[in-house]
Design a protein. Structure first.
Length: 635
């Protein structure tokens, strides 16, 4: 840097602190002091010629030489004698390590901050800087000589960012300084270990083993490029600490060939990571000592989309702060608990049979059972939380959990809207399930919403369920349905859909039995004078006697014209004619109030919306039973 002294027109001499003459890449300035130099420019790869001295002998020789001889060359062994040779990298390392008594490192971004920004630029009033800029670069600009490009004021914020970026870039090249500031660490076991990384941003990356801040190799990668590093064999029992530097620019990390331990695990610096691979389809850990990584706390990885831990002995994954997570592959692992970020777009989730906690809250893209969520088994599940997942069928999930042999102890499933039997409720009662975080002693307030039973149960049994699930609006079955199948040439073509009995084996159940129980046998006739049918009750157990047990002319031998019949109680019924399949359904209900609709999904169409074709006929002369007509014969 330099200070410029200029003779003004009034005869005075003024000092210009912001006149950077012949900048030539200093702090981002080109030779004309325009801010055109990229912070991550490689001086050895400068096709645009930013460096004015890029072809000089000194420049090229320093770039190409591995060592600089301090004394006359004697033999190649001189390179191991620091009194005879030195390298540019070693000089850079020593400069970066210089520290004053105050704790300041002068050859660092902090040093630039103090000596150039704090001690000079910050003490120069912005008003003066702006005035000088106008005088120098605006007033003297002409069409032929335009200096506007050099007008950049104090540029403090740009300088701070530029200096930090430049130091980081060249530190990566020389393997010193701030390249070690962004690192991940892990103790790994195995033989012939290897690690693969893919860059999310251009930059230098390094890898090292014990001790820390010691790179065994470094490499420059452009965004999207990958590097694979192979290690020599290590004792699987003790393992070795691995360090990967430049971690905040890594987009993908694959360590499936280096089994990590729980101790020493830290990947918090992988802020741009999109994919993490620890296991795989045919993966087998190098050790099974129980010291392997078991708790994967992903921390704040805002760009992470995919994690593969298949067949790795992980027990827990916490992805609470990974809002872009799309895929988790954990089949074959020992996973017991997985906590995703709410509203994350996760759509593929493969879980093992070791799961103990099922917790899915506000996951809009996760679907079950006909979707990306697959769980190998449910026998170990003891805690269930489902909420806000529109494509997860609540009934299918709960049925799979209960049907899979789970003994649920804690549960939270709000806003239920189900029509189902008591199998799930009975299982939860039997296992003593409680609401998550509930203080309720003798019940479960973890279920809320509406639950309509599909099969009628006794009122006392219904009341016991209501008492155990106080937050759930539980309704008994609203109807019992039977069907008459006209494709069966038999007068007894009735089937009870409640118990699947039909024909000669048909048995009435549910509401039909309740309705029958309320039927009243009577005998009587129409009073022609009043127009009212008049009758008296018969015995409920003997239809040939009146209710009081006395006899009556049940054969109507005296010609009184009496008829005997059943008086129906209050009831509800609905008929459905399935014309296409030639089946007629009847729903019977003994409820006092109008039955609730049990439809959870309704799809109504107008006739105009479902007409496939109109004003058309099919002409054929060879109709055969059971043979479908070709659509090409439509007219």
């Amino acid at each position: 840097m330099m200070v410029g002294f200029y003779l003004e027109t009034d005869g005075s001499v003024r000092m210009y602190l912001n006149h950077l003459y012949d900048g030539d890449t200093i702090l981002g300035s080109d030779n004309d002091c325009g801010l055109t130099i990229p912070a991550e420019l490689d001086p050895n790869n400068d096709p645009k010629g930013y460096y004015q001295g890029h072809d000089s002998v000194l420049f090229t020789q320093l770039a190409n030489a591995d060592y600089i001889w301090l004394k006359d060359y004697v033999s190649d062994s001189d390179i191991s004698d620091t009194t005879k040779t030195v390298s540019v990298a070693s000089i850079a390392d020593k400069m970066r390590k210089v520290e004053l008594k105050s704790g300041l490192r002068p050859f660092s971004p902090q040093g630039i901050q103090k000596y150039w920004i704090d001690d000079r630029l910050s003490k120069w009033p912005k008003l003066v800087s702006s005035y000088d800029g106008i005088r120098k670069y605006i007033e003297h600009s002409t069409v032929e000589s335009n200096y506007f490009f050099a007008l950049h004021g104090l540029s403090v914020q740009r300088l701070q960012d530029y200096v930090a970026t430049r130091f980081r870039y060249r530190d990566g090249f020389y393997g010193c300084g701030d390249i070690f500031s962004s690192a991940i660490s892990m103790r790994c076991t195995g033989t012939n270990m290897s690690v693969t990384i893919k860059a999310a941003k251009d930059g230098f990356f390094g890898i090292g083993v014990d001790p820390a801040m010691n790179m065994r190799e470094s490499i420059y990668l452009k965004a999207g490029e990958s590097a694979h590093t192979q290690f020599r064999q290590y004792q699987p029992r003790s393992g070795v600490m691995l360090y990967i530097y430049g971690a905040d620019r890594i987009g993908e990390l694959d360590i499936r060939k280096a089994t990590p331990k729980q101790s020493g695990w830290d990947i918090s610096a992988l802020t741009l990571l999109k994919k993490l691979v620890i296991g795989g389809r045919n993966y087998s850990p190098a050790t099974k000592s129980g010291e392997e990584l078991s708790t994967l706390n992903l921390g704040q990885l805002p760009f992470l989309e995919e994690v593969d831990v298949r067949n790795f002995p992980l027990v827990s994954i916490n992805a609470t702060y990974c809002p872009r997570l799309v895929t988790i592959l954990a089949s074959g692992s020992n996973l017991q608990e997985f906590t995703p970020a709410e509203t994350s777009p996760i759509s593929t989730l493969e879980l093992p049979s070791t799961m103990r906690t099922i917790s899915f809250v506000n996951l809009p893209n996760l679907a079950y059972p006909n979707g990306g969520l697959t769980i190998k088994g449910f026998a170990n599940v003891s805690r269930v939380q489902l909420q806000g997942c529109k494509d997860i069928d609540t009934y299918a999930m709960l049925s799979a959990i209960i049907g899979g042999g789970a003994s649920v102890k804690e549960i939270s499933v709000p806003n239920i809207k189900l029509t189902a039997d008591t199998t799930i409720l009975a299982s939860l009662m039997a296992s003593g399930a409680k609401g998550i975080g509930s203080d309720l002693d003798n019940g479960c307030d973890g279920l809320s919403g509406r639950w309509i039973l599909t099969k009628l149960i006794e009122d006392n049994t219904l009341n016991s369920y209501k008492a155990y699930f106080p937050a759930l609006k539980l309704h008994n079955a609203q109807y019992t349905m039977v069907v008459f199948d006209d494709t069966i040439d038999d007068p007894a073509n009735i089937s009870n859909l409640d118990n699947n009995t039909s024909g000669d084996s048909y048995e009435a159940t549910g509401h039909i039995l309740r309705i029958r129980k309320k039927l009243i046998p009577v005998k009587g006739k129409l009073n022609t004078a009043s127009g009212v049918w008049e009758g008296v009750r018969l015995s409920d157990s003997h239809y040939q006697k009146l209710k009081d047990g006395s006899d009556f002319d049940y054969k109507d031998e005296l010609g009184a014209g009496n008829d005997t019949m059943m008086r129906c109680p209050h009831l509800w019924y609905k008929g459905i004619d399935d014309f296409k399949n030639q089946k007629k359904y009847i729903c019977w209900s003994s409820l006092d109030d109008e039955p609730l609709s049990t439809a959870n999904k309704i799809n109504r169409k107008k006739l105009s919306e479902i007409i496939y074709r109109q004003n058309s006929v099919i002409i054929t002369s060879d109709i055969q039973e059971g043979v479908q007509l070709s659509k090409h014969r439509e007219c």
